[in-house]
Design a binder for this molecule. Sequence first.
Ligand code: LMR
Length: 397
Amino acid sequence: MFKHVDYYAGDPILSLVETFKQDERPNKVNLGIGVYYTDEGKLPLLDCVKTVEDEIAAAHTPRAYLPMEGLAGYRKACQNLLFGENSEAVAAGRVATIQTLGGSGALKVGADFLRKYFPKAKVYVSDPTWGNHIGIFEGAGFEVCAYPYYSKNHGGVRFEKMTEFLKGLPEHDIVLLHPCCHNPTGVDLSPAQWDEVLDIIKNRKLIAFMDIAYQGLGDGLEQDAYAIRRAEEIGLSFFVSNSFSKNLSLYGERVGGLSAVCPDKEQAELVYGQLKFTVRRIYSSPPSHGGNVVDKVMNTPELYKQWTQEVESMRQRIALMRTQLVAVLNEKVPGRDFSYFTKQRGMFSFTGLNPEQVDRLRNEFAVYLVKSGRMCVAGLNSKNIDYIANAFAEVLR
Ligand code: LMR
């Protein structure tokens, strides 16, 4: 019956987690998947989350279905975080927001919606991008192409090439953008570059789809939303997918959101209806536990404040690891420029290591990176940083 079923070779990021689990070497370090670990190398349960979970457990509430669009307080929290508390678009009812199954669920719902209403559009992703961006949009039936982004030569953005390329796209093509903490490179646009890119998107009537999975871990919660707020300010209609996986350390709860900023309230209502319809046809409604946790943390002033402090300390620890890594590498591999590690932002760094060097790191040192050379900086800590820098030095020799 199933002989013709294609073999699945696994996912470049998720399958690496499985290989890592099976590795019995005591000094193993997982710098593959984008997960934040503490300086003790542990996955944190944030204090604000613990408080809410204690309350939820004590209340022993029955588990009703959530509505297709998710919890109202959750949706409001997404809007506040993304667009700011004084957003004109939100106040005018021009933003349709739904709770989704993580950022991936938001991408899928957004992709299915766009495929239905813009069937001729092509989707453009940065070269490179998170691999599943391509998978999700191709899965929705789109042709996915790349726009120039990262320069291997200078480790920055090929900005002129990128803008020239975008200027050549036809109306209503979809452009996937990373507002902060670019995955996989860690190389972000500056505010001035965002202004230019967003003006092109507006002039060319392109559809921006902004995927923000690391808000708060780049330059700060507000700063990381610059591109989104600017897009609203210049009157764009666009999509935003967001995730609380990393900044609330709620990976397994699948807590994300999808927002569509529309020209007016009437259109926002139409889009909102179709987003609900899309959800109904994929998974019906989102899960309640993670949704309740996010809702309570974000909408209880003391817990929200505590959360912002917890995110800030994660952000600062990542930045510290970047500085320390450069210091140790400068010592161990003199004459080589590692300053790119501190210029990059967020959880990831494109290390510049090639696939053979990545294989050597895994085989000889039990240090796991994604084949592309992407490293999750949040897996470094004060205890393993010397070991990792040594391993880097060995494979770079
Ligand atoms: C990553 O890029 O490592 C994360 O977004 C996790 C994932 O699902 O790939």
